[in-house]
Each structure stands twice: as C-alpha cells, then as structure tokens.
Design a protein around this ligand. Structure first.
Ligand code: SF4
Length: 180
C-alpha cells in the first residue's frame, strides 16, 4: 500500500464534494445518494491532513474563483480535479494548479467538445503545461473520442448510484461551506 506524507501511515485520499450545483443532469448521478444530508462535512483544517484531495461536485469549474482559492489553501497536498468541463477555457486557466485532472465524458455532447478543444490545445505539441490527466468515458458515449497520447483513458458503466464504491484508501466528504 502507498505511504502517506510521513512515509509511515497509509496514503489517505479525501474525495470532496465542493458543490452540488451542476450544468448536467445525468440520470445515474451518484449525488442522488451522496446528498448533503448523507455525506460528512469537512473544513480546511481537517482536509490538510490528507495526502491527496480529489475536488469534485457537482461541477467545480462553475466556481472558478472558489476553486483557485481552495487549491491555494491546500497547496501542501496533491490535488486532483474531477470535471465534466462545462468550459474548456476555464479548465485551461486552472489546469496547471493540479497534479492530476480527470475529465468525464458522460454523453456524446461531452465527447464532441472534448475532441474539438483538445485538438486545439494539444494536437500540435504547443508545450501547454500538463498534469497527469485521465479521461473516463461512459458507455452512453457512442461518438468517436480522440485518443491523445498525453491522456490515459478508461471506460466506465453507469450503475445504480447505490452501488458506486470508493477506492479502499478514499474517504468521502462534502465541504462544510459548499459553493452555491
Ligand atoms: S456531471 Fe457528474 S455531478 Fe453532474 S449530474 Fe452528471 S454525474 Fe452528476
């Protein structure tokens, strides 16, 4: 098992819902069960004890100022952004702040936008600073998806939200002061 910041304890990851607001309305959204009443709230002091923090929602990129502020306050941890990218210009404005970015393509509309924007920014080796980045493609995507060599791709299936599991080293929280 990976070691945490002190090299002794297990590596701990906090998956943090920062907002429930989202530009999409996916039928199988896990937040139908991970709602505000059923997820433990957490503040910055407690978050700072984790080795890795996954910033998720809802859609974090709908709150660019709060997102930048949070990453600055968590600068000691490895931060990962989960997004479905409502705006690629917003994503590219904050890409460099994260150790990793995971883009999820939920439907063909997401896939078509991903192809268009990543070709523009990464199709010609323009030296854009890259974190590790992953692309999750749901089985509801039937459109072609460009495979960029700088990304790692993973297929995933919609399942009953009650059956969505965290990784063994992950704990789920929501921000005490949610972005609304
Ligand atoms: S994009 Fe994610 S958070 Fe938004 S509705 Fe879809 S599954 Fe839920």
């Amino acid at each position: 098992m990976a070691k945490g910041r002190d090299g002794m304890k297990p590596y701990r990851t906090a998956r943090v819902i920062c907002t429930y607001k989202c530009n999409k309305q996916c039928f199988g959204c896990v937040n139908s069960v991970h709602d505000e009443m059923h997820v433990q709230p957490i503040g910055l002091t407690d978050l700072a004890r984790f080795d890795e923090i996954i910033i998720t929602g809802g859609e974090p990129l709908l709150f660019l100022d709060q997102l930048i502020d949070l990453t600055e306050k968590l600068s000691g941890a490895r931060t990962i952004l989960y997004t479905s990218v409502p705006s690629y210009s917003k994503l590219f404005a904050v890409f460099h702040l994260f150790a990793g970015v995971t883009i999820t393509l939920h439907d063909n509309e997401d896939a078509i936008r991903f192809n268009r924007h990543f070709q523009k920014y990464f199709g010609n080796d323009n030296g854009f600073p890259l974190p590790q980045f992953f692309v999750r493609i749901y089985d509801s995507v039937t459109a072609h998806v460009e495979l960029f060599p700088t990304a790692q791709y993973k297929s995933c299936k919609w399942v009953d939200p009650k059956d969505c599991k965290l990784q063994p080293n992950e704990e789920l929280f929501r921000l005490r002061n949610l972005w609304i």
